[in-house]
Design a binder for this molecule. Structure first.
Ligand code: S3P
Length: 191
């Protein structure tokens, strides 16, 4: 794509967004952070990773927050941090896998942003999360069972997202392209 076409695509998408942010949702390993960062670059918007912001606000890593205060405390911080991000101007936000399960967060996202679910199947998610061990929910004897349970519980709710893109086992840039194309075709502001 030449520079002029890229600039026009960006303008078209920004027009459609009408100031709304883009929020990436999906399970651990779906690629939300990598894909989100690249979409932000393409659209020349700021990028925020909600997990990282929670860690900054707490002065602790996510495993430490779980360990010291429990999951409920983490969820509370997550809800507040995402609300703050959604109130601080148009940007691309990658959320942690559990964030969209909170009704208040879902409502706020649907008021102020376009939600994009990076849907991935079990095998791909397991392949990706096996490489890293920083996720407290998967520090159990049977991470596969946890992942299956999360798919069952969360996918019906993630299905409320405005846009669904299949995250496949291909380089992240292919998924970035699919998201950009879906945003270009997406409905104008709903309100
Ligand atoms: C979680 C996902 C993690 C992180 C926390 C809990 C979840 O984020 O927020 O470990 O409940 O699915 P990623 O989806 O970015 O790994």
């Amino acid at each position: 794509m030449n520079q002029r076409t890229a600039a026009k695509l960006r303008d078209d998408i920004l027009n459609r967004l009408g100031g709304r942010s883009i929020v990436l949702i999906g399970l651990m390993g779906a690629g939300k952070t990598t894909v989100g960062r690249r979409i932000a670059q393409r659209l020349e918007l700021p990028f925020a990773d909600a997990d990282h912001e929670i860690e900054k606000a707490a002065g602790k890593t996510i495993p430490e927050i779980f360990e010291d205060h429990g999951e409920e405390h983490f969820r509370d911080g997550e809800r507040r941090v995402i609300a703050r991000l959604l109130e601080s101007g148009q940007q691309v936000i990658a959320t942690g896998g559990g964030a969209y399960m909170n009704q208040q967060t879902r409502d706020k996202i649907s008021e102020t942003a376009v939600s994009v679910w990076l849907r991935a199947d079990f095998d791909l998610l397991m392949k990706r999360v096996r490489r890293r061990s920083h996720r407290p929910l998967l520090q159990t004897a049977d991470p596969e069972a946890v992942m299956r349970k999360l798919i069952d519980e969360r996918y019906p709710v993630y299905g409320e997202a405005d846009i669904v893109v299949d995250s496949r086992d291909v380089p992240h840039n292919a998924i970035v392209k699919d998201v950009i194309e879906a945003l270009r075709r997406a409905e104008q502001t709903r309100s």
